[in-house]
Design a protein around this ligand. Structure first.
Ligand code: GLU
Length: 426
């Protein structure tokens, strides 16, 4: 395929991918240059330094960020990422995707993202707690249940959210559970939030399979990433849909087994501190090899930018389900769509997490909690009706097999209409 590189010869970055996706959707919107620029510009970006006393007594300073990309439709919403590669540009792109994701799902939110440039695996539990408490203190002036509501993302979890809620509450002098979602149930979390993103990915795949006439009992699946998204999605696909999971990798590599992997056993092994490649019931598989496996469904469920001009030619799947945010460059995605691959775009495919975050926030405000069954059913309804809406929009616009652009048109149109109605202050 044509080289997916910018003028500098660099690979496309997350922010390039986000803006390329927006530019592709633009001709389908009746929008002026000025208004389009308003959609592209992040509303508020905060950079903080996060000093942490390490266990050896020394102080290390980490860089932290919170970007509120667009707040026209409501309080901003989006996760907090702990990863060594976190930087302002990446967080801005992720905040942009949250904006389009919440708008697509018609949740009453804008989009945000935060993060700290740190390897959480290299910290002790005490260091991780102190880092979290100081980061939340630094971003406290711009977050809150009515302003901006963080949640887990790569490298953060329920425990981190409990510390975040506690820190914000201590600063205020009373308990404010609604400041974050993805909390443990005991501190105001919701049933079904932990599994929500993975369950949503599995459901999105079942919707796509139905549309394509694929029998999931006969399909093979490979996943990159075996964290909260990949592991849950693989177990649901295996146990509830009857798929055969043939390949799984994490950042250290992985394994392949054409007879199918016991992903539940693998999940228990990983929860006990093991790595996927050490699981043993298959052949060694590198991340690069994973993207060349002939499978029905390929699920990138780790980080952005893993599919580009360098490896897209090798991809051999029928459905690409974007569990991660921004896993494919626009050029790579277009190439796959032209080849007939059904791409489930991230802002739809992984939206199960933020949908149930919304439920958690609503339950917290009402102090009235719902059952797991109710939550699963309500989340499915939102995903199923949004899928229909995206398909109808792609048909209406003649965007055959390009669900991403159809979804972006729906989202951008929603935010643009709100910009117009609210007008420009002053
Ligand atoms: N980090 C997740 C995402 O990328 C969830 C965000 C949320 O629940 O607010 O969608």
């Amino acid at each position: 395929m044509a080289k997916d590189k910018g003028k500098s010869g660099e690979k496309s970055s997350p922010i390039d991918t986000l803006y390329n996706q927006m530019e592709k959707a633009r001709p389908y919107l009746d929008i002026s240059d000025d208004h389009f620029l308003k959609l592209k510009k992040p509303k508020r970006s905060l950079i903080v330094s996060v000093p942490v006393r390490m266990d050896d007594g020394r102080i290390r300073i980490f860089d932290g960020y919170r970007v509120q990309f667009n707040m026209a439709r409501g309080p901003t919403k989006g996760g907090v990422r702990y990863h060594p590669d976190v930087n302002l540009s990446e967080i801005t792109a992720l905040a942009g995707w949250m904006t389009w994701k919440t708008a697509l799902m018609n949740l009453p939110y804008g989009g945000a993202k935060g993060g700290v440039s740190v390897d959480p695996e290299a910290l002790s539990p005490g260091e991780l707690e102190r880092l979290t408490r100081r980061y939340i203190t630094e971003i406290a002036p711009i977050i809150g249940p009515e302003r901006d509501i963080p949640a887990p993302d790569v490298g953060t979890n329920e425990q981190v959210m409990a510390w975040a809620m506690d820190t914000y509450s201590i600063l205020a002098g009373y308990s404010i559970p609604g400041v974050v979602t993805g909390k443990p149930i005991l501190v105001g979390g919701s049933h079904g939030r932990l599994e929500a993103t993975g369950r949503g990915v599995a459901f999105a795949i079942s919707l796509a399979a139905q549309k394509m006439g694929l029998d999931l009992q006969e399909t093979t699946v490979a996943l990159q990433g075996f964290g909260n998204v990949g592991a849950v999605a693989s177990m649901i696909l295996h146990l509830e849909e009857g798929c055969k999971i043939v390949g799984v990798t994490d950042r250290h590599g992985g394994i392949y087994n054409d007879k199918g992997l016991d992903v539940c056993k693998m999940n228990a092994f990983v929860k006990d501190g093991g790595y996927v490649h050490e699981f043993g019931e298959g052949d060694a598989l590198t991340n690069e090899e994973l993207f060349s496996l002939p499978v029905d469904v390929l699920v990138p469920a780790a980080l952005e930018g893993v599919i580009d001009e360098g490896n897209v030619d090798n991809i051999d799947c029928k459905i690409l389900a974007e569990g991660a945010n921004g896993p494919a460059s626009l050029a790579a995605e277009s190439y796959l769509q032209d080849k007939g691959v059904f791409v489930l775009p991230d802002i739809f495919c992984n939206a199960g997490g933020v949908i149930v975050s919304y439920f958690e926030w609503v339950q917290g405000i009402q102090m009235y909690f719902w059952s797991k069954q109710e939550i699963r059913e309500k989340a499915r309804q939102i995903m199923a009706s949004t899928f229909k809406e995206i398909l109808a929009k792609s048909k209406e616009l003649g965007l055959d097999n390009d669900l991403r652009t159809a979804a972006m048109v729906i989202s951008m149109e929603r935010v643009y209409q709100v910009h117009k109605l609210r007008g420009l202050y002053p």
